[in-house]
Write a protein that binds this ligand. Sequence first.
Ligand SMILES: [Zn+2]
Length: 388
Amino acid sequence: MNAEAPAASHDLDLSREELVRYSRHILLPQVGEAGQQKLKKSRVLLVGAGGLGSPVALYLAAAGVGTLGLVDFDTVDLSNLQRQIIHGSGAIGTPKIDSARERLRDVNPNVVVESYDARLTSGNALEIAKGYDLIIDGTDNFATRYLVNDTSVLLGIPNVYGSVYRFEGQASVFGAPNGPCYRCLFRDPPPPDLVPSCAEGGVLGVVPGLIGTIQATEAIKMLLGLGDTLVGKLLTVDVMTMSFRSLLIRKDPECPACGTHEITELIDYDEYCAGIGSHSTQRIEEIEPARLAERLGRGERLEIIDVREPYEWAIGHIPGARLVPLSRIADEIPRLDKRRETILYCKVGARSLAAAQQLAKAGMTDVRNLAGGILRWIDEVDPTMSRY
Ligand SMILES: [Zn+2]
């Protein structure tokens, strides 16, 4: 009896060991032996072996995805262990991909792990990603997220997106045939100094676990062609209220990646972002939500600009405001009255601060940022509006 021996690599038939290991899958009529064989021949690239990457890698390995590519350049740090559950205390100081590979070998020795001890860059992304069926975005920064998105669109490989911040998370599937990509929603990266990373911003450890598990689920569904996926939908999760919302998102014909195809090669977003963010930043006055509500209540004529994206505006906005997404604020400047008091807002205040700085730089003298964005407005002025 040789139940422990893995199947020969050229053979997609399942060994006796695999039939037992995956029996709870094979019992599902929607998966069966054929589905399990499909998983076995699948190749999934996972960018980032951190908070999101941990549950994704563990579940995809356990599920029997035949080949898992892992890209990460970081080493395991004590402060990672609160959420990056693929790594243990004994791995502190070692490369994350080594620690992850060890753990995955124990979870399922049938899985081939291809590891890339590198930072994903414009120089290596296409080379690394080609030949995979699916990319999983487990990154924690905008520069890599745009790189993953553009790589996915250029190669025609869907990417399963996830992101987390404090008590909230999002997931979607981008770059699928006829589906939108990340740039259809957020055309350009925000300046890096305005966006706290996971490490700086804090995150409840289970939130990446929850979102990563959703990404792993979507990956398996995509590989097997099962159910309704998150293509064309953005799932947002708020664990404080334990609310899940699914927003419909559309492919933007003007999208530079998947619409007009003007992005034909990858861009080094680290430098690009640093270029925007490191210029002299001006101090912008804030206005408290209650104060703005009081002034609006008195009938003051204020120019209020919402710099979020159209789908966020559709969830709810401040009465009397108008929508000019951050990516289009520069084009709007010539149409603005430079002396009129102008108040900007977004979801939490970072994008509107970036917009306010652009207006101040263009010579506008009376620009204010709504403190805490629309989320604080909802908390303090209008709790009937939907949070997201
Ligand atoms: Zn797009």
